[in-house]
Design a protein around this ligand. Structure first.
Ligand SMILES: Nc1ncnc2c1ncn2[C@@H]1O[C@H](COP(=O)(O)OP(=O)(O)OP(=O)(O)O)[C@@H](O)[C@H]1O
Ligand SMILES: [Mg+2]
Length: 303
């Protein structure tokens, strides 16, 4: 199947299109998340999609939501299109395997990042200040080093451009003491469980980002849910354990061919982003599939 770059569920209009997902309202208290095959690099959506990428991301998220259920409730209501509202049935071909009907939650405006290794913006902050999000770290760490213990490095959701790393005190200011403690604790528990599992499958989970929201239950209680996508290659940094070699950047598990190509053609990283050659598309698709296979143990995507 060719890559799905954009959904068209007319007469329904999306309420948002992210870099990868298209988001629709699905009744008062539900949302429809559809992962397209768009791919981004250096903060731009590229001119080509990766066939099946959206299905791989959705199935990877579903695997993890289920895996983490003993630890935390999540926003997924169904991924079975036959159970979706009647007005979506005519669009089943665009939805199957790549969509989730979720509970609409009140989102905390905090990206809950856990890091077990020093990389990306964490490495940048450390080089400048010896700290990441205000957390002091031992001196002399190298890029991609494993941290003495995993840390919580929240970021403020920033609609324009990059999310901004913030200290825990700023999180408390935004969402209060109790919520801040809860999100930090949940983030670190999930990271511990997920990174141990990933490692048993030959993958290092260097860092990852979670988003949480709240709903009010039928009994009137406020409940925290794990929302958005979870532990996909798009929200996480996975490295093959076999080639892990601190002291420099590690090759990206999924996007390395894309990044290499974009560097090779010396793209200036300004819009419009270029399209990708067929071999880069195919090799990248294989990497997404490989991550999915390693993590879930499934060889094929569901039909
Ligand atoms: N259960 C939920 N209820 C309400 N909002 C949610 C829920 N789960 C996730 N969200 C929000 O839906 C939005 C999904 O947008 P999406 O991630 O596709 O694009 P984006 O965050 O704007 O950009 P990017 O592509 O860079 O991630 C996010 O703002 C996220 O916080
Ligand atoms: Mg997002």
């Amino acid at each position: 199947m060719p890559a799905l770059l954009q959904t068209d569920l007319s007469p329904l209009q999306p309420i948002a299109r992210g870099k990868v997902r298209d988001l629709y309202e699905a009744g008062e208290d539900k949302l429809l998340f559809i992962a397209t095959d768009r791919i981004s690099a250096f903060d731009h959506v590229l001119g080509s999609g990766i066939p099946d990428k959206g299905r791989i991301l959705t199935q990877t998220s579903l695997f993890w939501f289920d895996f983490l259920k003993p630890l935390i409730a999540n926003h997924v209501l169904s991924s079975n299109v036959a159970e979706f509202p009647a007005n979506l049935q005519q669009h089943a071909d665009q939805l199957r395997g790549r969509s989730m009907l979720v509970r609409k939650a009140t989102m905390f405006p905090v990206e809950c990042v856990a890091r077990g290794y020093l990389s990306g913006s964490g490495w940048k902050d450390y080089q400048q200040t010896g700290r990441v999000c205000g957390i002091a770290l031992p001196s002399g760490l190298k890029e991609s080093d494993r941290l003495p213990k995993p840390i919580f490095t929240p970021a403020a959701k920033n609609n324009i451009g990059h999310d901004e790393n913030i200290g825990f005190d700023a999180v408390i200011k935004t969402i209060g003491d109790e919520n801040a403690e809860n999100l930090r604790s949940l983030t670190m528990q999930i990271y511990a469980k997920a990174s141990a599992y990933a490692e048993s499958k030959g993958l290092i989970l260097a860092d990852t980002k979670f988003e949480f929201g709240t709903i009010v239950t039928s009994e009137g209680a406020t409940q925290i849910l794990l929302a958005d996508e979870v532990l996909t290659p798009d929200s996480s940094r996975y490295w093959p354990a076999a080639t892990y070699n601190p002291g420099g950047a590690q090759p990206s598990f999924d996007k390395q061919y894309v990044r290499d190509y974009l560097e090779e053609i010396r793209w200036n990283k300004q819009a419009p982003a270029p399209a990708l050659p067929q071999n880069v598309i195919e090799r990248t698709r294989e990497k997404y599939l490989e991550a999915y296979r390693l993590l879930t143990g499934n060889h094929d995507l569901p039909a």
